[in-house]
Write a protein that binds this ligand. Sequence first.
Ligand code: SAM
Ligand code: SF4
Length: 404
Amino acid sequence: MASTLPSGDPAPADGALPASALAGLGARPFGVYVHVPFCATRCGYCDFNTYTAGELGTSASPASWLAGLRAELGLAARVLGAPPAADTVFVGGGTPSLLGADGLAEVLTAVRDTFGLAPGAEVTTESNPESTSPEFFAGIRAAGYTRVSLGMQSAARHVLAILERQHRPGRPVAAAIEAAEAGFEQVSLDLIYGTPGETRDDLAASLDAVLAAGVGHVSAYALIVEEGTALARRINLGELPMPEDDLLAEYYEQIDDVLTGAGLSWYEVSNWAASPRERCRHNLGYWLGGDWWGAGPGAHSHVGGVRWWNVKHPARYANTLAEGNSPAAGRETLSAPDRTLERVLLELRLVDGLPVEVLAPDGRRAAGEAASDGLLESAALAEGRCVLTRRGRLLADALVRRLT
Ligand SMILES: C[S@@+](CC[C@H](N)C(=O)[O-])C[C@H]1O[C@@H](n2cnc3c(N)ncnc32)[C@H](O)[C@@H]1O
Ligand code: SF4
């Protein structure tokens, strides 16, 4: 939910989708994303679509957001006709844990009442460590959540300070253990690496903490310096250094070595899991071209090759829905070449790789060269799949340009 929205075409006020998009609905995995646009404070590096209470004033509140969400889910049911049961639900943000266990239970009830949950559905909520407790985890587990993703970022106090995170260094590990004790079998920790001032030892300490927490899933993202953030201003003023690509590559290798050594394998360039069962099925739905309805301010959706995105501001979101209209701000229908490019961009990043027949003849030739350069696994290519080597994982974006 980054800060700028694509331009695209106008979206109809009733949210209707063409019959071609609805064909085959339910035969593909179906996910529901709910965007919670609230944070207690804004972290210095973050440009996600999220707002503090001070920024919103009286224009919007969790109550007006929840009313809008319920209205949007009702609209989704009408647009989809017979909506499929959700295979996965992902409540993200922003800070979903600010809603508390009761608020998150209401969100899941609204989703369940609209779509129903498929047997064995994966139901995730992101949570910030500082707004969780044993009672919170017990409450959301009882409500039906099956997976928790905690924003840890680092175990080093000075790194958390540069990122302007609110939690104490030890809190994410304690929270992960509390979640497991509340019955969550799927707990994930998010790390950010390459923060100005982060040393190899700091990263090693963060990885030690992750392993001590005993989680079965880790996401690790290179810090992106987003224009317009407080962090970008400090870097532009020369107060802090820009993360360097070579160091980011070294840190990625350090993360991969430690996690792999501890039995967590990569399954997407930035994601590691202890077993295939621990992989995030919701995100796999995004990466493998599934259907999902993204509800909430600024949320993106995709059904059968049509992609749309909602208005960003919570007040506009709630008001548009209160007037009986779709909150979609724009949409686009993916052409066949667009869909191929998307497949290359997303599937190439997965451990199962991209079927080579998706590539045009020039791309297939480039894949052969990339295998000779050590960027793609030669054995997998011989079997018809483009699978990144570790060096390839470090250069995935450049490789996509060579293959398309
Ligand atoms: C936007 S957050 C939402 C969940 C929660 N509020 C949190 O902070 O963990 C989801 C993930 O995106 C990461 N993220 C946000 N901005 C980023 C950036 N500029 N570079 C790298 N990761 C970023 C967060 O740190 C977090 O792990
Ligand atoms: S808590 Fe998460 S969503 Fe909120 S500002 Fe920080 S990184 Fe962004």
